[in-house]
Design a protein around this ligand. Structure first.
Ligand code: BG6
Ligand code: MG
Length: 217
């Protein structure tokens, strides 16, 4: 059966979580709300709107819709100022290795990200041309754990969702892959991503044999 490989972006291909953290922390602290690394973990894979709603709930604050829109724009401007400094060196270890192996085996590869900044980021790290399809936050209306982003990617690749394999670093993303009936591969800690079919610390732990097994099973 023809397989399809779908990669999340933030935390899988590049470590942008640290930039999201800095931008959200500045925003939260500006509102007098504490913001910790643990809270940032809960925002991984979560859309921009939903992230701000969660921060406001944690801080027990409410905003007018104008203030809300204004803060979302400020956060994104701040985030983009970090993104602007990115280059190829920020691609996480062995991501190129895995993409090269899949290319050699002629496997279709898609991006499935909640981010509306996915394309500029891929451009910055020189990976835009490595994906056969890109689905990002501009293309979907339902956020992870809804599987819309991955199902859309499978459709663009022309691959049955059940024959897709998803690489994800977030709790919500692994859940979305599982709901879609895809093979979920957690990239990160077993403690956080225990609901994935497989968990690897990072791509250095993923061998060509393992990829071959996924391609052929
Ligand atoms: C996800 C990130 O990939 O994209 C989240 O894990 C982020 O932290 C979401 O909020 C939306 O990203 P952006 O770039 O559109 O604000
Ligand atoms: Mg992610």
């Amino acid at each position: 059966m023809k397989k399809g490989f779908i990669f999340d972006l933030d935390g899988v291909i590049v470590d942008t979580a640290k930039y999201h953290f800095l931008a959200w922390k500045k925003l939260a602290n500006g509102l007098g709300i504490d913001f910790t690394e643990e809270e940032n973990e809960q925002l991984k894979g979560v859309s921009r709107v939903r992230s701000l709603q969660k921060i406001l709930t944690w801080g027990n604050k409410s905003l007018s819709s104008e203030e809300f829109t204004d803060l979302m724009a400020k956060k994104n401007d701040d985030y983009l100022s970090y993104i602007d400094t990115m280059d190829e060196s920020e691609v996480l270890p062995d991501v190129h290795k895995v993409l090269d192996i899949l290319k050699r085996h002629k496997q279709p590869v898609a991006l499935g990200s909640a981010s509306k900044n996915a394309k500029p980021i891929l451009e910055k790290v020189n990976l835009l041309q490595d994906f056969n399809a890109i689905v990002d936050g501009n293309d979907v209306s339902r956020a992870k754990p809804d599987p819309e982003v991955f199902v859309t990617a499978s459709r663009l690749l022309g691959v049955d969702p059940k024959a897709c394999i998803v690489f994800e670093d977030s709790v919500a993303g692994v859940e979305a892959a599982n709901i879609a009936g895809m093979v979920s591969i957690g990239i990160g800690s077993e403690k956080v991503l225990g609901h994935a079919d497989y968990v690897f610390k990072d791509f250095t732990q993923i061998s060509e044999d393992f990829l071959n097994q996924l391609i052929n099973e």
